[in-house]
Design a protein around this ligand. Structure first.
Ligand code: GLC
Length: 536
């Protein structure tokens, strides 16, 4: 079905999100760690050179940095490591001046154990903040209250000798879970959201959003082998039906949506939430029965599949089928927890991945550095606590400093400084800006084209059948534009015969070196090539 006219598509629907891991973007204070002023310095790169629409910042809150900022010790401030609240305000202003939206990571499930709330909570059983976290007695034999496990390894319960109870932590023991069933906690977290919304941010990326509602009876999870797309040790030996995503989560999400709607009266605010849920019906339920919950739960499904044409087509079709009417899709191929695209799919296929991500229906999220093809680095020792507990799970590799130029430390920080993680390899923004067929040039072209193409921004999606098995082809279509996307997942030449689609002219090849016209009756895709074709 064609959508007839552009009916008020919102910025987060037509735009492209770019994730910045602040520690690794640009260091202006010469301490080896990136900062907010570094991001301000690079805004022209983001808005003009690259051409993204919205920035998502991973946490910059005061934090002991045990989980590199996902252990928040103050939900309403900036860690001096990254700058000040005044720097943050300047960042909001400078982003908006360039037409960039800014969303920030919000971590509702847990705080740092150094947060004043937890310090109070652990101080005595009758402290008014005791019930802000989840404390339980031991079983009669002294063992843990139930079988719940920490994502990062070991039991989710830690014994506190002083007050004789266990506390719950779905991640590290330094990240105690907040008790969202306590209305005071909910109110305090809503105040924190308001604090940032009042400072002008455009929304949130909500960390492990579905973790905040757990079974009120704290029942054991059933034992069942549930492998994930990444090694997670013992954690995959359970079906996580009781420690995550209790049905009360829907009411919590509706409240968050109402808050954002309230602020949207002046300018549209949104939230996109990290939810690793691979049962698609359940995943889609987080949009809300009346689209009154999350604007988007992140869609990580592609990350769990082999990089094969049939598997990726299947992801897209399953998503298209399951989305409630009016729900807006989105796709993710990388973030600060995952192996980088180039390392996962190889250099040649990374270009096909870029075309896929930027031409599917819905909002794409890019991860800093993927636009220049930075690979994941390998390290003998892990700084990431997950990697320390479970070697294969380490995430340092995808978090190395952004590579700006061929100078010392890749322009991330000064020569005399040791960056918090070493520079990964020798690809750089500066070289790629001038190389005619670089990865960066491909991203620039795709982003620029997307900005002007109604079919890519809000057109319908339709799979095109009758193509070789290593190819994935689809049409994006509005009433005045029809774009055909052809992607080859193969290292051999592919021939396609699509005369039934009429005539077309070539807009872009992922190789960036093809300018002749195409004959739809006889199209050749070179190894690892993707083509964008406008149908006549
Ligand atoms: C999310 C974040 C991850 C973090 C974890 C605990 O999964 O993406 O980086 O370690 O939550 O907050």
């Amino acid at each position: 079905m064609l959508e007839q006219v552009k009916v008020n598509y919102l910025w987060w629907q037509t735009g492209v999100i770019y994730q910045i891991y602040p520690r690794s973007f640009k260091d202006t204070t010469n301490n080896g760690v990136g900062d907010l002023n570094g991001i301000i310095e690079k805004l022209d790169y983001l808005s003009e050179t690259l051409g993204v629409d919205c920035l998502w910042l991973s946490p910059f809150y005061p934090s002991p940095q045990v989980d590199f900022g996902y252990d928040v010790a103050d939900f309403t401030n900036v860690d001096p490591l990254f700058g000040t609240l005044a720097d943050f305000d300047r960042l909001v202003q400078a982003s908006h001046q360039r037409g960039l939206k800014l969303i920030i990571d919000f971590v509702p499930n847990h705080s740092s154990d150094q947060h004043p709330w937890f310090i109070e909570s652990r101080s005595s059983k009758d402290n008014p903040k005791r019930d802000w976290y989840i404390w339980k007695d031991a079983k009669p034999d002294g063992s843990v209250p139930n079988n719940w496990l920490s994502v990062f390894g070991g039991p989710a319960w830690t014994w506190e000798e002083e007050t004789g109870q266990y506390y719950l932590h779905s991640f590290l023991k330094e990240q105690p879970d907040l008790n969202w069933r306590n209305p005071e906690v909910e109110a305090a977290m809503f105040d924190a959201m308001r604090f940032w919304l009042d400072r002008g941010i455009d929304g949130f990326r909500i960390d492990v959003a579905h973790f905040i509602m757990k079974d009120p009876d704290f029942r054991d999870n059933p034992i069942e082998n549930k492998p994930m797309h990444r090694p997670m040790g013992e954690y995959t030996s359970q079906d996580h039906i009781h420690d995550i995503g209790h049905e009360d989560i829907h009411e919590a999400f509706r409240k968050i949506r109402r808050l954002l709607n309230e602020y949207s009266q002046t300018s549209e605010r949104m939230c996109v939430a990290e939810i690793h849920e691979f049962n698609l019906e359940k995943w889609a339920s987080y949009y809300g029965d009346n689209l009154d919950e999350l604007h988007m739960p992140f869609n990580f499904l592609t990350l769990t599949k082999p990089w094969k044409a049939y598997a990726i087509r299947d992801v897209v079709e399953s998503l298209e089928n399951v989305l409630p009417e009016g729900a807006w899709p989105n796709y993710v191929l990388g973030n600060h927890d995952e192996n980088r695209i180039v390392s996962r799919y190889g250099k040649a296929q990374a270009r096909v991945a870029a075309m896929l991500l930027l031409t599917l229906r819905g909002t794409p999220t890019l991860y800093y550095g993927d636009e220049i093809g930075m690979p994941s680095a390998e390290f003998a020792q892990s700084l990431d606590p997950w990697g320390q507990n479970l070697e294969e799970a380490g995430r340092d590799g995808c978090r190395t400093p952004m590579q700006w130029d061929a100078g010392p430390n890749a322009g991330f920080t000064e020569e005399s400084v040791t960056p918090w993680l070493p520079i990964s390899n020798d690809v750089h923004v500066n070289d790629q800006v001038s190389e005619p067929a670089s990865m960066l040039r491909l991203y620039q072209r795709l982003l620029a084209f997307r900005k002007t193409a109604s079919a890519l921004q809000w057109g319908s999606y339709q799979t095109v059948g009758n193509v070789p098995e290593d190819c994935f082809a689809y049409l994006r279509e509005t009433e005045n534009q029809r774009i055909l996307v052809l992607l080859s997942f193969s290292d051999e030449q592919q021939n396609l015969h699509l005369e039934s689609l009429g005539t077309g002219h070539l807009l872009l090849s992922t190789h960036l070196n093809k300018d002749h016209n195409v004959d739809l009756a006889d199209i050749t895709l070179r190894p690892h090539e993707g083509l964008l074709i406008e149908l006549g």
